[in-house]
Design a protein around this ligand. Structure first.
Ligand SMILES: Cc1cc2nc3c(=O)[nH]c(=O)nc-3n(C[C@H](O)[C@H](O)[C@H](O)COP(=O)(O)O)c2cc1C
Ligand SMILES: [Fe+2]
Ligand SMILES: [Fe+2]
Length: 398
């Protein structure tokens, strides 16, 4: 059955959520599901903003027909060609051959690449172009590399709504409530929002800053993203989070401990350091076993906190592979401006402090605090002192 919802008197939600998907982009776990948002504006002309992933195609087609209620479809605005939004575009066009697709020249080229064909009626738009749909005027604004090159956003200057493409999105299925202010977003959603942003868009902080600068010149009353809830209250709070994330600044002054430990001795030392930090007044400490926590969560936590403790066993003369993977991921996401403390372990030739440092030196503004604690198989009794000294130095740098 159709499952549409009115956002305003003439803007209708026609997207849908997938709760069966294990891995978004075939890599990010989505235990809370994910929504693929799509919107219909019924002005003198009708406009569909983006299509959806193939997994929710059937629900989407029913929704579009219900929203149009027999009207023809005049325009389909395509903000982004990634298949989680565009996989159903050509099927939609078979159902609505009368529609004109409004998109960037780059996206039009990608349509040919993905589909081997392109829509019959195409209108290519560039920065600042407008489309009058009757009472509404849509203004198109380019958002290159947020996070694909062809991305654009649409600002409805009449309703003061920003259709923001993947920006301001989050993992998490929708459950009837469409608006962030109907949910406990600050507690129940922020972790997934951070993980979504950092992993999917995080590398492109500079481009996101450019979009935020443009957005600051607009009177935005509502943000309609392609994933997750719609924002009509407290926009400044969520935009502020994106500002911090895209400047690579820590969100919280605090310590995250991440360890890679084969038999548990490196883990024991890392967790001992956690206790020593707690005894020195540090609150909100988080510890993660890199073998049992998805890299997307670890990367997001490294972006959240100001201080990170990395501990790794030596493994075949190298880093233990979950820590090796994490460092590669952090580098790929341009992680920077953080303070790191190191613990290494090796039963015959510990290498990991040196190896972790070499990786961190390739990143920008990573300060190593204190002396790395070097374990030989297990922490020797005297090494409590070294861990305590490291805790002291972490605390004084907080
Ligand atoms: C497959 C394997 C390879 C290892 N390679 C090295 C190595 O190259 N150099 C070294 O000093 N220790 C090596 N170790 C020992 C680990 O670093 C050892 O597990 C560690 O010292 C104990 O800490 P853990 O209990 O946290 O794993 C290896 C262990 C395993 C299981
Ligand atoms: Fe995308
Ligand atoms: Fe997306």
């Amino acid at each position: 059955m159709q499952n549409t919802q009115h956002i305003t008197n003439n803007l209708i939600y026609v997207g849908a959520s997938d709760r069966r998907l294990a891995l978004f982009e075939n890599v990010y776990p989505v235990p809370r599901g994910v929504s693929y948002n799509s919107y219909v504006l019924l002005d003198e002309k009708s406009v569909l903003f983006d299509t959806v992933d193939a997994s929710v195609a059937q629900q989407f087609y029913e929704n579009v027909e219900a929203a149009l209620a027999g009207r023809k479809l005049d325009y389909v605005v395509v903000h982004h060609m990634e298949p989680d939004h565009a996989a159903t575009l050509m099927d939609l066009m078979l159902r609505h051959p009368e529609a004109t697709v409004v998109t960037t020249a780059k996206a039009a080229q990608m349509m040919e690449q993905f589909f081997g064909t392109k829509p019959a009626q195409l209108m290519a738009v560039k920065e600042g172009d407008t489309l009058c749909t009757g009472t509404h005027t849509l203004v198109f604004t380019m958002a290159p590399m947020v996070h694909w090159p062809e991305v654009m956003m649409t600002y409805d200057s009449t309703a003061k709504v920003l259709f923001s493409a993947d920006a301001f999105g989050t993992f998490g299925a929708l459950s009837g409530n469409l608006f962030a202010d109907q949910m406990d977003f600050e507690h129940e959603w922020i972790g997934d929002a951070r993980r979504y942003y950092i992993n999917i868009v995080g590398k492109y902080g500079l481009q996101v800053q450019n979009v935020l600068k443009k957005a600051a010149t607009l009177d935005i009353q509502m943000i309609c993203p392609l994933h997750g809830p719609i924002w009509r209250e407290n926009l400044g709070w969520f935009i502020g989070k994106h500002d911090v994330w895209s400047r690579y600044e820590p969100e919280d002054k605090g310590v995250v401990i991440i360890y890679g430990s084969i038999y548990g001795h490196t883990e024991a030392a890392a967790l001992r350091l956690g206790t020593l930090l707690s005894e020195r007044g540090v609150r909100g400490i988080k510890a993660y076993d890199a073998s049992h926590t998805h890299a997307s969560k670890l990367v997001a936590e490294c972006f959240r906190a100001s201080h990170v403790v990395l501990a790794s066993s030596t493994y075949n003369n190298g880093l233990f592979t979950p820590i090796e993977g994490l460092l590669a991921d952090l580098k790929a996401h341009a992680w920077q401006k953080r303070t790191v403390a190191l613990i290494e372990n090796g039963s015959w030739a510990a290498q990991t402090a040196k190896l972790m440092r070499a990786e961190l030196e390739q990143m920008k503004d990573i300060a190593i605090v204190g002396e790395p604690v070097s374990l030989k198989s297990a922490a020797a009794p005297a090494q409590e002192q070294q861990l305590a000294a490291l805790a002291d130095q972490i605390v004084s740098s907080l």
